[in-house]
Design a protein around this ligand. Sequence first.
Ligand code: DX5
Ligand code: ZN
Length: 222
Amino acid sequence: MRKIEVSPSILAANFANLGAEVKKIESIADYVHIDVMDGHFVPNLTFGLIVAKAVKRITNLPLDSHLMVDNPENLVDEFCEISEIVSVHYEATYHLHRLIQRIKEKDVKAFVALNPHTSVELLQDILMDVDGVLIMSVNPGFGGQKFIPNALNKIRRLNDIKRKTGLTFKIEVDGGINEETFESTLNAGVDILVAGSYVFGSEDPVRAIKTLKGQPKKISEG
Ligand code: DX5
Ligand code: ZN
Protein backbone atom coordinates (compact mmCIF):
# COMPACT_ATOMS: atom_id res chain seq x y z
CA MET A 1 0.00 0.00 0.00
CA ARG A 2 1.27 3.43 -0.90
CA LYS A 3 2.10 5.63 2.10
CA ILE A 4 0.28 8.94 2.10
CA GLU A 5 1.86 11.57 4.32
CA VAL A 6 0.09 14.62 5.72
CA SER A 7 1.79 17.89 6.54
CA PRO A 8 -0.61 20.22 8.38
CA SER A 9 0.15 23.90 7.86
CA ILE A 10 0.21 25.96 11.04
CA LEU A 11 -0.74 28.99 8.96
CA ALA A 12 -4.34 28.13 9.84
CA ALA A 13 -3.63 27.45 13.52
CA ASN A 14 -4.39 29.73 16.45
CA PHE A 15 -1.12 31.62 16.87
CA ALA A 16 -2.07 32.77 20.35
CA ASN A 17 -1.87 29.12 21.36
CA LEU A 18 0.49 27.62 18.84
CA GLY A 19 2.05 25.04 21.14
CA ALA A 20 -1.32 23.49 21.97
CA GLU A 21 -2.32 23.52 18.32
CA VAL A 22 0.75 21.56 17.29
CA LYS A 23 0.18 19.09 20.12
CA LYS A 24 -3.30 18.35 18.71
CA ILE A 25 -1.81 16.86 15.55
CA GLU A 26 1.30 15.26 16.99
CA SER A 27 -0.04 11.72 17.25
CA ILE A 28 -0.99 11.45 13.60
CA ALA A 29 0.65 14.05 11.36
CA ASP A 30 3.85 13.21 9.49
CA TYR A 31 5.30 16.74 9.48
CA VAL A 32 4.49 20.27 10.58
CA HIS A 33 4.29 22.53 7.53
CA ILE A 34 5.95 25.89 8.19
CA ASP A 35 4.85 28.65 5.79
CA VAL A 36 7.48 31.39 5.78
CA MET A 37 6.35 34.51 3.87
CA ASP A 38 8.32 37.70 3.45
CA GLY A 39 5.80 40.21 2.10
CA HIS A 40 7.83 40.44 -1.15
CA PHE A 41 7.76 37.10 -2.90
CA VAL A 42 4.16 36.80 -1.73
CA PRO A 43 1.82 39.59 -0.64
CA ASN A 44 1.69 38.44 2.96
CA LEU A 45 4.01 38.30 5.91
CA THR A 46 3.95 35.44 8.38
CA PHE A 47 6.85 34.47 10.61
CA GLY A 48 10.47 33.45 10.43
CA LEU A 49 13.07 31.46 12.25
CA ILE A 50 12.12 32.48 15.78
CA VAL A 51 8.64 30.99 15.54
CA ALA A 52 9.85 27.96 13.57
CA LYS A 53 12.45 27.23 16.26
CA ALA A 54 9.81 27.57 18.97
CA VAL A 55 7.68 24.96 17.16
CA LYS A 56 10.70 22.69 16.78
CA ARG A 57 11.32 22.83 20.53
CA ILE A 58 7.86 21.63 21.47
CA THR A 59 7.32 18.80 19.01
CA ASN A 60 8.93 15.59 17.84
CA LEU A 61 7.37 15.95 14.41
CA PRO A 62 9.79 16.85 11.63
CA LEU A 63 9.44 20.32 10.15
CA ASP A 64 8.53 20.76 6.48
CA SER A 65 9.62 24.34 5.81
CA HIS A 66 8.16 26.11 2.78
CA LEU A 67 10.12 29.28 2.07
CA MET A 68 7.98 31.79 0.18
CA VAL A 69 10.66 34.45 0.22
CA ASP A 70 12.85 36.30 -2.23
CA ASN A 71 16.52 35.36 -1.96
CA PRO A 72 15.94 32.10 -0.08
CA GLU A 73 19.77 31.77 -0.01
CA ASN A 74 19.70 34.10 2.99
CA LEU A 75 17.52 31.79 5.04
CA VAL A 76 18.19 28.21 4.01
CA ASP A 77 21.14 27.44 6.25
CA GLU A 78 19.26 28.23 9.42
CA PHE A 79 16.10 26.48 8.26
CA CYS A 80 18.17 23.42 7.41
CA GLU A 81 19.25 23.26 11.05
CA ILE A 82 15.67 22.61 12.18
CA SER A 83 13.92 21.01 9.18
CA GLU A 84 13.62 17.62 7.55
CA ILE A 85 12.35 19.15 4.30
CA VAL A 86 13.16 22.60 2.94
CA SER A 87 11.17 23.79 -0.11
CA VAL A 88 12.45 26.71 -2.16
CA HIS A 89 10.54 28.30 -5.01
CA TYR A 90 11.75 27.92 -8.58
CA GLU A 91 10.62 31.52 -9.13
CA ALA A 92 12.53 32.98 -6.18
CA THR A 93 16.16 32.24 -7.00
CA TYR A 94 18.56 32.64 -9.93
CA HIS A 95 20.73 29.74 -8.86
CA LEU A 96 18.42 26.88 -8.04
CA HIS A 97 21.03 24.19 -8.65
CA ARG A 98 23.47 25.74 -6.20
CA LEU A 99 20.73 26.20 -3.61
CA ILE A 100 19.49 22.61 -3.91
CA GLN A 101 23.04 21.31 -3.47
CA ARG A 102 23.49 23.51 -0.41
CA ILE A 103 20.36 22.08 1.22
CA LYS A 104 21.38 18.49 0.45
CA GLU A 105 24.89 19.02 1.81
CA LYS A 106 23.22 19.60 5.16
CA ASP A 107 21.46 16.21 4.90
CA VAL A 108 18.11 17.91 4.52
CA LYS A 109 15.58 16.95 1.85
CA ALA A 110 15.56 19.58 -0.87
CA PHE A 111 12.21 20.25 -2.54
CA VAL A 112 11.51 22.72 -5.33
CA ALA A 113 8.15 24.52 -5.17
CA LEU A 114 6.24 25.68 -8.25
CA ASN A 115 3.69 28.46 -8.47
CA PRO A 116 0.52 27.62 -10.41
CA HIS A 117 1.80 29.18 -13.65
CA THR A 118 5.19 27.45 -13.65
CA SER A 119 5.34 24.35 -15.84
CA VAL A 120 6.74 21.11 -14.44
CA GLU A 121 8.67 20.65 -17.70
CA LEU A 122 10.96 23.51 -16.63
CA LEU A 123 12.38 21.16 -14.02
CA GLN A 124 13.85 18.71 -16.52
CA ASP A 125 17.45 19.62 -15.69
CA ILE A 126 17.07 19.73 -11.92
CA LEU A 127 14.72 16.82 -11.18
CA MET A 128 17.59 14.38 -10.77
CA ASP A 129 18.92 16.55 -7.94
CA VAL A 130 15.79 17.16 -5.90
CA ASP A 131 14.15 15.02 -3.24
CA GLY A 132 10.71 16.37 -4.03
CA VAL A 133 8.53 18.81 -5.93
CA LEU A 134 5.94 20.94 -4.16
CA ILE A 135 3.07 21.75 -6.49
CA MET A 136 1.19 24.86 -5.40
CA SER A 137 -2.51 24.33 -6.00
CA VAL A 138 -3.29 27.95 -5.00
CA ASN A 139 -1.34 31.14 -5.53
CA PRO A 140 0.93 31.23 -2.49
CA GLY A 141 0.37 33.85 0.17
CA PHE A 142 -2.81 32.91 1.98
CA GLY A 143 -4.56 29.96 3.53
CA GLY A 144 -8.18 29.10 2.82
CA GLN A 145 -8.10 29.58 -0.96
CA LYS A 146 -9.82 27.45 -3.57
CA PHE A 147 -7.95 24.55 -5.19
CA ILE A 148 -6.83 25.30 -8.78
CA PRO A 149 -7.80 22.21 -10.85
CA ASN A 150 -4.87 22.54 -13.31
CA ALA A 151 -2.63 21.41 -10.45
CA LEU A 152 -3.91 17.88 -11.17
CA ASN A 153 -2.66 18.10 -14.72
CA LYS A 154 0.76 19.18 -13.44
CA ILE A 155 0.89 16.34 -10.91
CA ARG A 156 0.00 13.80 -13.60
CA ARG A 157 2.72 15.15 -15.91
CA LEU A 158 5.26 14.97 -13.10
CA ASN A 159 4.22 11.44 -12.32
CA ASP A 160 4.66 10.55 -16.00
CA ILE A 161 8.19 11.96 -15.86
CA LYS A 162 8.87 9.85 -12.78
CA ARG A 163 7.69 6.73 -14.57
CA LYS A 164 9.70 7.44 -17.70
CA THR A 165 12.91 8.40 -15.93
CA GLY A 166 12.74 6.09 -12.93
CA LEU A 167 13.42 9.05 -10.62
CA THR A 168 12.02 8.69 -7.13
CA PHE A 169 11.42 12.26 -5.98
CA LYS A 170 8.28 12.85 -3.90
CA ILE A 171 5.34 14.92 -5.05
CA GLU A 172 3.76 17.26 -2.49
CA VAL A 173 0.66 19.39 -3.06
CA ASP A 174 -0.19 22.56 -1.16
CA GLY A 175 -3.33 24.70 -1.18
CA GLY A 176 -7.06 24.09 -1.01
CA ILE A 177 -6.70 20.48 0.11
CA ASN A 178 -9.81 19.20 1.87
CA GLU A 179 -12.12 16.19 1.84
CA GLU A 180 -13.41 17.15 -1.60
CA THR A 181 -10.08 17.73 -3.34
CA PHE A 182 -7.56 15.36 -1.77
CA GLU A 183 -8.53 12.14 -3.55
CA SER A 184 -8.02 13.54 -7.02
CA THR A 185 -4.51 14.66 -6.07
CA LEU A 186 -3.70 11.19 -4.72
CA ASN A 187 -5.06 9.61 -7.88
CA ALA A 188 -2.81 11.93 -9.87
CA GLY A 189 0.24 10.72 -7.92
CA VAL A 190 0.76 12.88 -4.83
CA ASP A 191 2.76 11.49 -1.87
CA ILE A 192 2.48 14.35 0.66
CA LEU A 193 -0.64 16.43 1.30
CA VAL A 194 -0.33 19.87 2.90
CA ALA A 195 -3.52 21.05 4.55
CA GLY A 196 -4.04 24.18 6.63
CA SER A 197 -7.63 25.27 7.10
CA TYR A 198 -9.03 21.79 6.59
CA VAL A 199 -7.03 20.49 9.56
CA PHE A 200 -6.80 23.43 11.95
CA GLY A 201 -10.23 24.82 11.06
CA SER A 202 -11.75 21.46 11.96
CA GLU A 203 -13.25 20.70 15.35
CA ASP A 204 -11.37 17.43 15.25
CA PRO A 205 -7.98 17.88 13.54
CA VAL A 206 -7.04 14.23 14.16
CA ARG A 207 -10.11 13.01 12.31
CA ALA A 208 -9.44 15.47 9.48
CA ILE A 209 -5.92 14.05 9.08
CA LYS A 210 -7.28 10.49 9.21
CA THR A 211 -9.66 11.37 6.38
CA LEU A 212 -6.74 12.60 4.28
CA LYS A 213 -4.80 9.43 5.02
CA GLY A 214 -7.63 7.19 3.84
CA GLN A 215 -6.56 5.28 0.77
CA PRO A 216 -7.77 6.69 -2.55
CA LYS A 217 -10.26 4.63 -4.54
CA LYS A 218 -7.86 4.37 -7.44
CA ILE A 219 -4.13 4.99 -7.47
CA SER A 220 -2.55 5.83 -10.81
CA GLU A 221 -0.52 2.89 -12.02
CA GLY A 222 3.24 3.02 -11.58
C1 DX5 B 1 -0.19 29.04 0.92
C2 DX5 B 1 0.57 28.13 1.85
C3 DX5 B 1 -0.19 26.93 2.24
C4 DX5 B 1 -1.43 27.23 3.03
C5 DX5 B 1 -2.42 26.17 2.72
O1 DX5 B 1 0.64 30.04 0.48
O2 DX5 B 1 1.77 27.70 1.25
O3 DX5 B 1 0.64 26.00 2.93
O4 DX5 B 1 -1.22 27.26 4.40
O5 DX5 B 1 -3.60 26.51 3.34
P1 DX5 B 1 -4.97 25.83 2.97
O6 DX5 B 1 -4.81 24.37 3.23
O7 DX5 B 1 -5.92 26.51 3.88
O8 DX5 B 1 -5.22 26.12 1.52
ZN1 ZN C 1 2.90 25.98 2.19
